[in-house]
Design a protein around this ligand. Structure first.
Ligand code: ADP
Ligand code: MG
Length: 655
């Protein structure tokens, strides 16, 4: 049966082959073969050239590409440069300035020192290097093909110009993808460098257009710039240090995991690596938290004494070998686990790595890493921040004084808003169905038991359960979770009341101030206060002149008990002085509404005011009976519904 198959044309023929002579390969061919390992596509050449620029101490690196880098790659840096005499050497195979002997192999902290990159690129492309050192009178250019050295003009630094990559090796050129794909890979190569080196500025040009630019930045800001706000918002900081291993960066929360492994960046001593051991360590930290084949997102930087890691095992220097891989694996896993565990408890902040005794200690090695690590935002841990318990026993704030949360019948009015709310229609529709809502009886802990409350069905916006971030009220209704922007919602309520009150009585009820408020005013404000005295009066503000530069306020709108009187008056004066609103035109409905909206903003509850559950419920009930309560005066939504279905989807239930 074996004999019945025709021999494959791709296999050497069976049987005796006439012996061929063994020859040493010409240098050029050796370089071309090696080049395939080092530079397999334009992006690899870009990576090598940027590596060299970083090793030369560049602070600004510019990459110019044409046709995705296939036609042309030019990398300019402002590093130390190469002396004219060294230029020909730089392009020789195994020529490097970075190690002199085998001992150096152990300790150098560079982006690589195989001495292959320039030789490899030169063997498969037209290349020239223009460079100038600080002590040279001018720059020198080397044409690598002809070996010709000529004087050139350039500031200190190096420009490597690579044209027509793989022109001499058409077989390799055929493996290249479209220009757009090659360009994407090249840009990704620079992106990795940009992540690792926030202390260096980068610019990438394609066909004469600037496609990316990263200025010198703090590590945290560079990370946000390169990976985007979405990653920043959905990730947590990782910071850990044990022995000679330091880990920092950010890791995406499990729910921010992606379908593809396209947001996974690992760096060892500033070099991007794709390492199975490290990737596995990160992945294992997500155990039980990742749905199916979802891929975690992360950008993690490991810094380790150079002696304990070999970065030169791979021609493209993309894999590394650790002396103690197990310890590194454990340390990385723990660092990520810690970050994930504390996600919800502390929000965004340095993690308490120091207090974690679970971290393995690296084998004692030489002192601190000699690696020139970029300046770092990494800092010692802060203690776990205590979330202040929700207080429900605080006295009601003044804006809700006199039990404004009770139904109008219950308290005989609206307290703060007495006189403003028209009588009959103030009874919530839901209250009419379910009977007047009574303040719930509190248990010993001061918490309102859930039972006495009317069923959530009766209340469209549901039953308040908590306040978060000093800004949002959370409520539970029959459909799921309701989130209310309390300032926006209250502003709308106050505004609608002011409008109705103004409609009914043409003037807002004034409340005399026990202690008049005086404040320094501008000449323009004094003038407006005098000319618009009547208008101010109608708004409940009794403003008179105390001196050329001082105004005094003797009453304020009863509807706005909590407003800062001076600030409120200033805002209203500004509205009245506005040529559009001021003078005779102020009778126009819109102008009046603008003034009322300004006043409402002053009267609405401010963020960071802690509300009791009762106050939150009062807010919800008021929203239910207020016109246009769904948007604030500026058109933003005041509340959002998260349905149970959406909640289920968030937790990947029922999929
Ligand atoms: P390696 O980086 O592994 O040493 P390369 O072939 O990439 O090998 O570079 C050879 C040498 O050329 C480097 O060791 C360095 O001395 C010099 N060199 C290359 N690029 C630059 C540059 N942009 N600025 C200064 N020196 C450079
Ligand atoms: Mg190099």
């Amino acid at each position: 049966m074996t004999n019945s198959l025709p021999a494959s044309p791709f296999l050497p023929p069976a049987g005796a082959v006439a012996p061929r002579r063994i020859r040493e390969l010409p240098d050029e061919l050796v370089s071309q073969i090696a080049a395939g390992e080092v530079v397999d596509r334009p992006a690899a050449a870009v990576r090598e050239l940027v590596d060299n620029a970083l090793d030369a101490g560049a602070t600004q690196i510019t990459v110019r590409l044409a046709a995705g880098g296939v036609r042309s790659i030019v990398v300019e840096d402002d590093g130390g440069g190469i002396a004219a005499a060294d230029l020909p050497l730089a392009c020789k195979r195994h020529a490097t300035s970075k190690i002199a002997n085998l001992a150096d192999l152990e300790s150098v902290a560079t982006m690589g020192f195989r001495g292959e990159a320039l030789a490899a690129i030169a063997s498969v492309a037209e290349m020239s290097i223009t460079s100038r050192t600080a002590d040279a009178a001018h720059a020198w250019r080397l044409n690598t093909r002809s070996g010709e050295l000529s004087a050139a003009a350039r500031a200190v630094g190096t420009t490597v110009d690579v044209q027509e990559l793989f022109f001499s090796t058409p077989a390799r050129r055929k493996f290249l993808k479209t220009d757009a794909t090659e360009m994407a890979h090249a840009l990704e190569a620079v992106r990795r460098h940009a992540l690792a080196r926030p202390d260096v500025g980068f610019a990438v040009w394609h066909e004469g257009r600037l496609v990316a630019q990263w200025r010198v930045q703090t590590p945290a800001l560079r990370l946000a710039e390169v990976l985007g706000a979405e990653f920043q918002a959905s990730s947590r900081e990782v910071a850990s240090e044990r022995g000679v291993l330091r880990i920092e960066g950010r890791v995406g929360q499990p729910e921010a995991a992606r379908a593809r492994a396209d947001l996974q960046y690992l760096f060892v001593n500033g070099r991007y690596v794709r390492d199975r051991l490290l990737a596995h360590a990160v992945r294992s930290a997500f155990e039980d938290q990742l749905h199916g084949s979802r891929q975690p997102a992360y950008a993690l930087f490991l810094y380790i004494t150079p002696e304990l890691v070999d970065v030169n095992v791979h021609p493209a220097k993309i894999e590394v070998r650790f002396r103690d891989g197990r310890a590194v694996h454990q340390a990385l896993r723990h660092a990520v686990e810690n970050a994930l565990a504390q996600t919800r408890a502390v929000g965004d902040g340095p993690l308490a790595w120091a207090s974690s005794s679970a971290l393995p200690v690296m084998p004692a090695g030489p002192a601190a890493p000699a690696v020139s690590t970029p300046p770092s935002a990494w800092q010692p841990a802060l203690a776990l921040e205590e979330t202040a318990p929700l207080s429900v026993q605080e006295p009601a704030p003044r804006w809700l004084a006199e039990g404004a949360w009770r139904t109008p019948q219950g308290s005989g009015g609206l307290g703060a808003w007495a006189g403003l709310r028209p009588g009959a229609d103030a009874v919530p529709a839901s209250a009419q169905q379910g009977g007047p809502w009574q303040p719930p009886v509190r248990d010993a802990a001061g918490l309102a038991p859930l039972q006495p409350l009317p069923s959530t069905k009766a209340w469209p916006l549901g039953r308040a359960v908590a306040q978060i971030a000093g800004a949002y009220v959370l409520a539970e209704n029959s459909q799921g979770l309701v989130v209310v922007d309390m300032h926006a919602a209250h502003e709308r309520i106050v505004y609608e009341r002011l409008k109705r009150a103004a409609d009914v009585g043409a003037t807002l009820q004034a409340q005399p101030l026990l202690v008049p408020v005086s404040f320094a005013a501008t000449a323009a404000e004094v003038a407006t206060a005098e000319s618009e005295h009547e208008a101010l009066q109608a708004l409940g503000l009794d403003v008179s002149t105390l001196s050329a530069r001082t105004l005094v306020v003797r009453s304020r709108p009863a509807a706005l008990p909590d407003a800062d009187v001076a600030e409120l008056t200033r805002s209203v004066l500004a509205e009245l002085a506005d040529p559009v609103h001021g003078g005779a035109s102020r009778v126009v409905q819109r102008a009046r509404d603008d003034i009322l909206a300004t006043m409402a903003c002053h009267g609405a509850v401010r963020a960071n005011r802690r509300l009791t559950i009762e106050e939150m419920n009062a807010l919800l009930r008021d929203m239910e009976t207020t016109d246009r309560a769904d948007t604030c005066n500026h058109g933003r939504p005041t509340w959002r519904q998260l349905t149970l279905k959406e909640l289920d989807a968030l937790f990947l239930r029922g999929r």
